[in-house]
Design a protein around this ligand. Sequence first.
Ligand code: ADE
Length: 254
Amino acid sequence: MRVDIITIFPDYFGAVFDYGIVRRAGAGGLVEIKAHDLRGWTTDKHRMVDDRPFGGGDGMVLKPEPIFAAVESLTGARQAQELAGTGVRVVLLSPQGRVFDQKVAGELAGAKQIVLICGRYEGVDERVVETLVTDEISIGDYVLSGGEPAAAVVVDAIVRLLPGALGSETSASNDSFSDGLLDFPHYTRPPEFRGSRAPEVLLGGNHSEIARWRRRRALLKTRRNRPDLLECAALSEAERAWLAEEEPEIFRDE
Ligand code: ADE
C-alpha cells in the first residue's frame, strides 16, 4: 500500500511512523508512507495555501487550487469520480467527517493507495469535499488544531491490518472491536502484585475455561464502558440472557 499525506507541516510526521508495527511494515515493504508539503503545489510567490472565508468570519480557509494540484499529481485524477474502482482513496481529515472506527479502518486497509489531506485553520474549501475526496473522516467528536494527528491515527490503525503487519495472523482478529466487543482484560507475571491476584482461571491452563472467561469479561467490560456496542455485537441468546442476569459492576471470579 502507498500512503501519501498532504500537509502544511510535513515535519510533523518525521518520527511518528518510525516505531513498532508501522516501522516494521514500512521496512518490510508492506507500506510506503510519504508526507508532502502542500506549499510545494502553490504557484504564487508567497506560496499561499489559505485565504479569508467568503461571507466573512474568523480564521482562514485552505484554498482549493494547491490541494487539487497535489491530488492530481499523486493520483493522476482530477476528481473523485475518476477513482471509482481503482483502489485509490482520497481522504480528508476533518471534524465534519464520518467517524473513523475499526470497520472503516478495515475498509481502507483494502486500498492500493490512500491520499490523506490534513485540514487546517477554520477548514478547507468545500469544493475539495464536493468533488475531490472519496471519504471525509473524523477521528472523534472533538476538534483538533489540524488533521495531522488524525492522519497519524488513521495510518496506524490501517497499517496494522495489512496482511503480514502483525507478528501473528490471528492478532488483529483478537483486537477490541473486531467482533464488535471490547477486548478482555490481560494479565502477566507476577501472579500476585500488591495484594491483587491475577484470576486463577488464567493461571490454570484450561483453555476452554480461559476462552469462556475471556468472552464473559469482554461482554462485561463492553457493557460497563461501551454499552452502545452491545446493540450491534454478535451475541448468542444465551450470552444476552447471561448478561441480563449478571449484576452491573460485579466482576466475579469464575
Ligand atoms: N481535524 C480537526 N479535528 C479533527 C478530527 N476530530 N478528526 C479528524 N480531523 C480533524
